[in-house]
Design a protein around this ligand. Sequence first.
Ligand code: FAD
Length: 541
Amino acid sequence: MARSRRRLAAAVFLLVLAACTGTAGRPSPGTGTAGTPAGSGSAAPGGLRAVRHVWVIELENQGYAQSFGTPSADPYLARTLPQMGALLQNYYAIGHSSADNYVAEISGQAPDIATQSCQYLLGADGGRRVAGLTGIEYEGLGVITQTATLHVSADFSPWARDPDVLIRWIHSPQAGVLVVMVPMGPERWGPASEEWVIHLNYPVDDPRAQSDAQVEADARQALGIPDLPMKIHKITRWSVEAVIASAFRAGRVFLLGDAAHRHPPTGGLGLTSAIHDAQNLCWKLALVLAGQASPALLDTYQAERRPVDERNAQRSLENAVNHFTIGAALGLSHENTPEQNMAQLRRMWSGRPEDATHRSAVLRAMRAQSMEFNELNVEYGYCYQSAAVVPDGSAAPAPADDIRVYQPSTRPGAPLPHAWIDDEDGNRRPVKDLVAPGRFLLIAGEDGHAWCEAARQLAEEADVPLDVLRIGHLDGDYHDPRCDWQSHRQIASDGAILVRPDRFIAWRYPAAASDPRAVLTAALSQILGRRPFAQPGPAGS
Ligand SMILES: Cc1cc2nc3c(=O)[nH]c(=O)nc-3n(C[C@H](O)[C@H](O)[C@H](O)COP(=O)(O)OP(=O)(O)OC[C@H]3O[C@@H](n4cnc5c(N)ncnc54)[C@H](O)[C@@H]3O)c2cc1C
């Protein structure tokens, strides 16, 4: 898990420049003119057809990216970056917008000093600079603890015996602190892992966190391993924050990922949110730059993502706080002596009647921690509300548990439910794979020919990237022998669902319509912010 997260952290983007007006090779100095405003449809140099999408990925800086070595040595990057047309340079954003907010400039390092103009700047720098340069402020609790992380090689197998445990939270009677241990492989995982990270949480501004010798001493004391051979590769410090940007957009600058929200890692929602931010924004940006959507579509980024990210931040905080609730319920404190802490711990297995209530309270607090590892409805059960979603008047589903139980739905705004379907030859695939990158997909029931015909016409006449298909048990372009899709689709056999390029439901219609072309035109013109939309064809309305 940690390895894939590291891959993604670097691969998603460090700085994503959209619509750069320079060239895709080594940037030429002084290409400092603003690109043609999106949507103008100009084919002139510097206009839309001259636009290149350049992903600038900075690999020199510290952090996870450092673990990769060279990009060619990492199979994921080697495969992915050429597909993205990546331009690998060590870039540093100076990231200021010009007065009219149309240009952001990026400076490379010597000898490749260059500036690059772009129509839109995506600030995905972990919150280091771009937000500050735009004047966007953060709301929330700020820094709540500081963590010192030791990356070590050591043999913990005599203690870490259970191979099913991924992350170990250890309430140490010696130090009265919470220690978190995560195996890091790289060859073996689980108890025999050769490398580990050990996190120690300190109060904000605690000077002990700044001394390597003290951090090592605290780790050894907390784990009771005064003499265990342990090679320390690195000790890093990072702050646990709980903040969210007051706005995700300032003019043509967007904030994504940790630049927009930073919360405790408990629950693993940080990179999850970052990827969903990028997934939400990039198709919109692509359509706007291609002249297929109005720039108004970009306003839906904040409307859709900020409420979700706010909830993710809140959940992450609750997950973190619950760890300390367990410690408090156990009666552990760094102000106690080790003997006092040990006496508190013994109450858990004393078997004495007078400890029964105490034990129940601790076990209840531990059960509450299960939310951190089982929060599917937080991760996937949210429903966007914005102009890029056409509501159908249906009520939001009421899951059996708001955090843990995800209830698939095709209600507009919800993510496309998973279902296995078959092609004509019986090859099985998930329905999500039918949504092509950057394209809408209309999924009709087996009797939804009229929807398909209307959608095909509209796609062609109004230049909408829209694919069309029918799914049914006996008839259709794809088949549903297990009734997997049918049990989720929530439309009749002559209804239809419109899926956005990010695989969220944009619109649905429960059955046949008397004028499907007009209904689809209204829906797509709202979603794309294109009013009026295509001129109705003679057959259509
Ligand atoms: C211990 C720990 C465990 C975690 N576990 C999980 C987990 O299990 N699941 C999960 O989803 N999330 C997890 N997270 C959170 C996750 O790592 C972050 O949310 C995620 O990395 C954010 O991605 P990002 O791309 O927005 O920012 P970052 O990963 O911070 O990337 C920003 C990059 O921008 C670069 N940069 C900064 N300034 C500039 C500049 N001026 N020019 C060019 N480049 C610049 C930086 O060097 C950095 O590489 C964890 C975090 C921690 C600390």
